[in-house]
Design a protein around this ligand. Structure first.
Ligand SMILES: [Zn+2]
Ligand SMILES: [Zn+2]
Ligand SMILES: [Zn+2]
Length: 152
């Protein structure tokens, strides 16, 4: 939500259709939801977390309940839509989650399966590339300066 932009006829978000309390339908609903679902602490959580997703730093986060229905500051965390979806919707962890995301995910899916991400694109160096010791010795020997017996 953008702050600081406020005109007489617009909602702080810029919407010109005011529903109630000088807010548009969306913002009014958000405010009602804040009271209803976040105990009025939504803004506190966002402020505490610096208005950024705690996992990836996205600057437009929402608020996630670490324990459903419990609107306590320490049980709420700012998450962007993408990370929030991963926490709730991912059934099996296939990619490497950042540690915090993994913790949050585990909270929501105590029985969930965790799978190590296997990168099939990483190839071992092809066999036969190891340096042949014999050829190295040979090369070194041929570069050894020879001793000359100068004859006068
Ligand atoms: Zn609005
Ligand atoms: Zn995020
Ligand atoms: Zn959530």
């Amino acid at each position: 939500m953008k702050k600081g932009i406020q005109t007489a006829i617009c909602c702080p978000c810029g919407n010109e259709k005011i529903l109630a309390l000088g807010l548009c339908a969306t913002c009014y609903t958000l405010k009602r939801q804040d009271a209803e679902y976040f105990g009025g602490l939504r803004e506190h959580v966002l402020e505490r977390d610096g208005y950024a997703c705690r996992v990836c730093g996205d600057p437009d986060p929402g608020v996630h309940h670490r324990e459903p229905g419990k609107s306590l500051l320490h049980l709420m965390i700012a998450l962007c839509a993408g990370c929030h979806a991963k926490v709730h919707r991912t059934k099996v962890v296939l990619t490497e989650f950042p540690p915090l995301l993994l913790v949050l995910w585990r909270e929501q899916h105590p029985e969930g399966h965790e799978q190590t991400y296997i990168d099939f694109n990483v190839r071992k160096p092809p066999a036969g590339t190891r340096v042949c010791k014999d050829s190295l010795d040979l090369a070194r020997r041929s570069y050894r300066p020879g001793k000359f017996n100068r004859q006068h």
